[in-house]
Ligand binder design. Structure first.
Ligand code: GAL
Length: 685
């Protein structure tokens, strides 16, 4: 198990620390404090281009080698970032054409970070050069165990740039996709508003315009930008693979907030790493959902430094951030709790951002493991030290364990991007919230869940939930049918299959290509404003603990062979089906034509759990989060109390807790923010 920090040694030289005689002397103290905290890995160098190459062609990697040598003695491993997220100012001055141009045609200037166009040949050349020099200088250092590519790709709205080189690549991309202009015009539906083009050069980039661009063009633009980012990362990976083939490559991703296909990106990486703001969010199930999304990005071909099989959290916030209106401190034990949440969901490396609050730059009031004083007598350092000791014990047990899920929620980037376009049927619909309703119901019943794209092999899942795949490709629809045909249980919802992959609406009825699978047709849909509700009349197939509202969207469904599970209580479609089930091949396809409150999804999952033979990991009070990591003959359960008050758990058998080494029987009060790590033999609560 890797446990560490994000360290910026370049911030800690004279005059910010050290002395004129020994400008780098602070580094030794840092290493000592890290060793005491149980740190065994650091990530460094992700913004160090200006220090590595202060003037063009004048390289200095000696300082980083000296830091890495100090880590050799301390047996601390190193991950180095390629420094391409912060091109030095001299480069932007010499080649202003690398600076990105925004949708209004304005240049975004140098002097911060991420100011580059990913289609710039010049920038690619400079990146290849610095990555080669870096790998040549430090790639054989014995402490180096992995590379991180760039930093925060796509962050600060840098997914797209509108430079002439972007236009050139965009046209080449369109040509490769459509082959002929006629095909482009036909599939993009450019007859609308006279958008037809007669030459590739005429295809617009979606720059600021009087009104909305063609959504078919927009979705292609997003795919193109995503392919560009992935290609930029692949280019660096290839250089690193050539020079240091044994070192795995990763990247710090965020929970699907950035506009590129994270599954594609994960394919390019050897293992996934995540930036986590966990500690500043309040709802633990939302965090759990995001962790599961990130864990699910790469399910096979994982190559990690120690041969493990999960993901890393390469930036876990050690304290407050600096961009909220009020950046309050984290309460005691909260960092520990969230560290365990990450570990419980498959993390095999956790590094805290950042080691010490910087004295310089724009992030000086971010929470750090050390405060500005660097003394190590602060509260957070003491807490991290305790976590370090605990994880040392656990690492051995957790090695090689995985999360095994039998249920899955589908997600596709094409669809997510499309749902963000303007002119939606209901602008109050929010896909992330919709997903969370299903996720909460599984999570709160302790049923593990994966995320997957619709094109993955779904056959291992007993239950697949497909919330609002408004943009659904023909091939994806076919795979969903195959899954059900072979015995799977699929749940889909309103706002599904309104357009195909070319953003063309079907003339065969909604949901596109799936009317046979669900045995119904959605004749029309009625988006409702917030606050307005219809009601569901449940037809008895599953037990309802509450009156369930129908909110935001009501599909008027014409049944064509399906069983009706619930209908609407009022309005002109009163009595029409709102929820249905259809047998298809050996499986079942369930359709929910509306959105409801959380209790509906709880009831739904209780019913589906029985139907699909899904078992909760443990039965504990609802407020306790449970997850499990397993390998042959070993099952490790994590119980987390996210409340500010103790929660009583009743153990009917003696239970062994790895953290305290104690065995519990009978009632146990899990303290506020408390954690238990239990093994299989005794885990029958
Ligand atoms: C990350 C970034 C770090 C730092 C951090 C602050 O996304 O990689 O460099 O800026 O955010 O939260």
């Amino acid at each position: 198990m890797y446990f560490g920090v994000d360290y910026h040694p370049e911030h800690w030289v004279y005059p910010y620390d050290g002395t004129p005689e020994a400008p780098e002397s602070r580094w030794e103290r840092d290493v000592e404090l890290m060793v005491q905290a149980g740190v065994n890995v650091v990530r460094m160098g992700e913004f160090a281009w200006g220090c590595y190459e202060p003037a063009e062609g004048k390289y200095d990697f000696g300082w980083m080698r000296r830091v890495m040598d100090l880590f050799t003695k301390a047996e601390i491993k190193v991950v180095l970032g390629t420094p391409t997220a912060s091109p030095p100012v001299w480069l932007a001055k010499k080649h202003p054409e690398i600076l990105p141009i925004d949708a209004r045609g304005l240049r975004r200037h140098e002097g911060t970070r991420r100011a580059y166009c990913m289609n710039s040949n010049v920038y690619w050349d400079y990146c290849q050069r610095i990555v080669r020099e870096l790998a040549g200088a430090l790639g054989n250092h014995p402490q180096l165990i992995a590379w991180q590519i760039d930093n925060g790709l796509g962050g600060h709205d840098t997914e797209a740039s509108f430079n002439e080189e972007a236009r050139r690549d965009w046209h080449a991309w369109l040509k490769a996709k459509y082959e002929t202009i006629d095909r482009l015009n036909e599939l993009m539906g450019t007859r609308f508003w006279s958008q037809g083009v007669t030459d590739w050069d005429q295809a617009p980039m979606p720059m600021a315009a009087p009104t909305v661009h063609n959504p078919a063009l927009l979705i292609d633009w997003m795919r193109f930008c995503s392919d560009t980012i992935v290609a930029f990362a692949r280019m660096q990976r290839d250089v690193l693979r050539e020079l240091t083939p044994n070192l795995p490559v990763t990247q710090n991703l965020r929970a699907l907030t950035r506009l590129f296909d994270h599954f594609d990106m994960a394919e390019v990486m050897d293992f996934v790493s995540v930036d986590s703001n966990a500690t500043i969010k309040t709802k633990s199930a939302e965090l759990a959902c995001e962790i599961d999304m990130m864990r699910s990005l790469k399910k096979t071909n994982i190559r990690m430094p120690d041969g493990d099989c999960g993901f890393w959290v390469i930036e876990q916030k050690a304290g407050n951030v600096n961009w909220q209106e009020v950046n309050s401190l984290l309460r005691p034990q909260v960092v520990r709790l969230f560290t365990y949440q990450l570990v419980s969901r498959g993390a095999c490396g956790v590094l805290y951002f950042l080691w010490r609050q910087p004295r310089i730059g724009s992030e000086k009031f971010y929470g750090g493991v050390l405060t500005h004083t660097g003394r190590g007598d602060n509260r957070v350092y003491q807490e991290i030290k305790e976590i370090g000791q605990e994880l040392k014990q656990l690492g051995r047990v957790l090695k090689g364990t995985r999360i095994a899920a039998e249920s899955c929620i589908l997600t596709s980037h094409d669809n997510d991007w499309n749902l963000k376009f303007v002119n939606q049927p209901n602008k109050y619909f929010n896909q992330r919230e919709h997903v969370q309703l299903f996720y909460n119901a599984l999570h709160d019943r302790n049923i593990p869940v994966d995320f997957a794209r619709p094109t993955e092999d779904l056959s291992k899942y007993k239950l697949v939930i497909a919330p609002s795949l408004q943009l659904l490709a023909g091939g994806e629809a076919d795979l969903l049918k195959l899954y059900v045909q072979n015995g799977g249980t699929l749940v889909a919802t309103f706002n599904t299959g309104l357009v195909d992959e070319h953003h063309i609406a079907p003339d065969t009825g909604f949901p596109h290509d799936l009317t046979d699978l669900f045995g119904l047709e959605v004749l029309e849909f009625d988006p409702l404003p917030p606050g307005e509700e219809n009601h569901l009349t449940i037809k008895g197939a599953f037990a309802a603990t509450h009156l369930h509202p129908a909110k935001l969207w009501c599909d008027a469904i014409e049944p064509k062979g399906c069983q009706v599970l619930a209908s609407y209580a009022k309005d002109f479609y009163a009595g029409r089906p709102a929820m249905t089930m259809n047998s298809f091949g050996q499986g079942k396809a369930i359709y929910i034509g509306t959105m409801s409150h959380q209790f509906f999804y709880y009831d739904l999952i209780v019913w589906l759990r029985q139907m699909c033979n899904l078992f909760p990991l443990l039965k504990v009070p609802d407020t306790v989060e449970v997850s499990m990591r397993e390998k042959e003959n070993t099952r490790i359960y994590f119980l987390l109390n996210h409340q500010n008050s103790p929660v009583r758990i009743s153990f009917f058998k003696p239970m062994h807790d790895f953290l305290t080494g104690k065995t519990f029987t009978g009632n146990y009060d899990l303290p506020p923010h408390g954690v238990l790590v239990l093994d299989e033999q005794t885990a029958q609560a």
